[in-house]
Design a protein around this ligand. Sequence first.
Ligand SMILES: [Zn+2]
Ligand SMILES: [Zn+2]
Length: 194
Amino acid sequence: MLSDPGGRPDLSVEHSLMIWFELTDGMTFSDGKTYGEVYVDSVPPIYFMNTKSISSSSRTLIGKCLCGAVQVSIADEFLYAGYCHCPDCRASSGSAFSAFAGIPKEKLQLTCGAESISKFRKNEDNVIHFCRHCGSWLFSIVRNGEFAHVRLGILIDDPSIRPSFHIFVGSKAPWHTICDGLPQFVGLPDDVSV
Ligand SMILES: [Zn+2]
Ligand SMILES: [Zn+2]
């Protein structure tokens, strides 16, 4: 929506809560957490790196689109994960933000339905891959074509990584409140593009 609808969500749907997402918005669970500090400046890339997962995991994660036509296999070696509040992610997801994780693109394999994938070039460094049948946004190829930003919602399996930051908080939905205490960035830190 381009204008603030005025109303605020007052109900969280819990029964299908993803394992990697901790409900902390204080509406259903009141945990007393404070709001995160908003970072105006960018930070060194290493800040996001999940160095533990780089060498320790040999797991493979399975993901699929809503209709199941497209399936992917991804090494459980994401280097960073976060929440993006930019208007593009809101529009494409129809929700307050998107949860994504970054990995070198060769760690992602299409196991089914390559012919069902359509691409949308959002900008010169971001090609979105989505299912042409059901519209699920699966991943974006970014950072000079070298990285995949996977939408965590497509994963059937639980990744080792957890989202650790919020980006584009400066343009987040006014009807959404961030309450999880993770670092917040007004825009984009140097090392992440979505
Ligand atoms: Zn689909
Ligand atoms: Zn975004």
